[in-house]
Design a protein around this ligand. Structure first.
Ligand code: AMP
Length: 491
């Protein structure tokens, strides 16, 4: 339940409260929800479950990111999913869509009760928001823990996890989505911008995307020296063309003029074709910085499109900004990653002046991009070995064998439903086991075990004592091993 409190929440800022399912009426008698047990409860609108295939792919995706970004010196950081609302207001910017319309703000139970029952608004530090993006939290952590003391090498940090934005859900646009991102704090050199962009393109290759089907757009948004005059020029341009603009862009003229470049309304698109371009307004330092970034990309063989109308949705960007779009098959939500430089953000949130650069990429959109390129999820082989029982009398021995297999690092399972042997073989097939080990009273009497190789359709008899010993030895070694290796090593 989202209860908009209108003005007054955050000193006049638009503000939403997420109300937990507790009774909150004055006097606290009537619960806000009725218990209708016939109503199906689904995942909230704009969120989706990552079922095992996708969840496995998400783990692999994060692992690939850690490997690719690790080769560029990036280390992992985990910051809270909730931060003080003020961090996003100050860092991302009050006039941005993300902050003004899309944040999920939460008040904890007792504070909410006091607010509703006693009219006591929570203190700033109790106003929390689910993170709509990762940069503000990471920069906050860098300031709080002084991760880049004077003279230190830049902090190169990477994160992965869910972000929350109350956008209108559609294909490729969710309210909870997963991002992988990096932030580099403490370096202004264009090599940082270029290497991060190169690294992102390498990552796309590593997850299997054909990068020739992607477009890398880049631009420079200038700095505090040249941007204000440019911003004013665009604001004036919007005011001069007010009559032809949508209502939102008319407001943007006074709040966030550069965002008018992102407006999808046809009339605004036409007007913005003649708007002043940042390229003509950059100061000498910004021009040089931008030219160097592009030269490094050229040297690395990365193709890009210079797009002077690329303005990103968050206020904190300075100088380089970029976005990666999928050329075909994704509809309107075709951006699979983007970021840029934010040399003023650190100061905005109360730290020492310190340059920064970062990007984030969307996991769900990468899946859509992969699917548009013909990708299907690899079938996940969940276990290597299935232990089957001929009858219930051998279950304790089979259960013991299962523990030896698992201790040796062999992913294994058995039947937990009392199924027939035939049905157990079916289960083994469903779980894509490579081997089925059959435990039966006759075999046990001879200290033996039947092993069926499911891929080769062959059966062998194993000596149970020797096999168990080999599993115990395998459990003691650090080396990863397979059941096939253990079986072939048996005397
Ligand atoms: P941003 O933080 O807006 O720069 O977004 C970075 C990337 O996150 C985008 O390029 C998308 O791939 C992804 N993304 C942003 N918003 C959403 C959303 N609402 N749903 C799914 N993915 C998103």
């Amino acid at each position: 339940l989202a209860k908009p409190l209108g003005k007054g929440g955050l000193r006049g800022r638009p503000f939403c409260v997420t109300i937990p399912e507790v009774s909150l009426t004055r006097g606290a008698q009537a619960p806000l929800t009725t218990k209708d047990t016939t109503m199906a409860i689904n995942a909230p609108e704009g969120t989706r479950d990552l079922l095992p295939d996708e969840a496995l792919f998400w783990n692999q995706f994060k692992q690939t990111a850690a490997e690719v970004f690790g080769a560029y010196g990036y280390l992992p950081i985990e910051t809270p999913i909730m931060e003080q609302t003020e961090l996003f207001v100050r860092g991302i910017g009050e006039a941005t869509d993300v902050v003004s319309k899309e944040m999920f703000t939460a008040i904890s139970g007792e504070n909410l009760r006091r607010w509703v029952e006693e009219g006591k608004a929570p203190k700033a530090k109790s106003r929390l928001s689910l993170r709509p993006e990762g940069t503000a939290g990471v920069v906050r952590a860098v300031v709080q823990h002084d991760l880049v003391p004077q003279g230190a090498a830049p902090a190169k940090l990477m994160y992965a996890g869910p972000m929350f934005r109350a956008e209108r859900p559609q294909k490729g646009r969710q309210r909870q989505f997963n991002q992988v991102g990096v932030e580099c704090l403490g370096a202004e050199e264009p090599t940082i911008d270029a290497e991060a962009i190169i690294m992102l393109m390498r990552f796309y290759e590593a997850i299997g995307l054909d990068t020739s089907k992607l477009t890398l757009l880049i631009n420079s948004m200038g700095c505090e020296t040249c941007r204000p005059a440019y911003r004013d020029a665009v604001a004036q341009f919007l005011i001069d063309h007010e009559a032809d603009l949508c209502e939102e862009c008319r407001t943007r003229a006074h709040t966030n003029p550069l965002r008018a470049f992102d407006c999808k309304q046809e009339a605004c698109v036409q007007v913005m074709k003649d708007a002043p371009l940042i390229t003509d307004a950059l100061c000498e330092e910004c021009k040089t910085h931008y030219a160097q970034v592009k030269a490094y990309l050229d040297d690395a063989g990365i193709s890009y499109v210079d797009d002077p109308t690329l303005v990103r949705g968050l206020d904190y960007y300075t100088r380089t900004v970029f976005e990666v779009q999928v050329k075909e098959g994704m509809g309107a939500q075709n951006a699979i990653g983007g970021g840029g430089r934010y040399d003023k953000l650190m100061e905005e949130i109360g730290g020492q002046p310190m340059p920064g650069f970062g990007f984030a990429l969307g996991f769900e959109r990468c899946i859509l991009a992969l699917e548009a390129q013909g990708f299907t999820f690899p079938e996940s082989r969940t276990i290597e070995c299935f232990v089957a029982c001929v009858d219930a009398s051998v279950k304790p021995q089979a259960f013991m064998l299962l523990q030896h297999l698992r201790d040796a690092g062999i992913a294994s399972d058995m039947d937990h439903l009392g199924k027939s042997l035939k049905a157990q073989f079916k289960s083994a097939g469903k779980q894509q086991a490579s081997y089925v080990l059959v435990v039966g009273p006759d075999e046990l009497a001879q200290n033996a075990l039947t092993c069926r190789d499911m891929d080769a359709h062959e059966e062998t008899t194993l000596d149970l004592a020797k096999f168990t010993e080999a599993l115990q030895n395998a459990a003691l070694t650090e080396e990863p091993t397979t059941l096939g290796d253990i079986i072939t090593s048996l005397p």
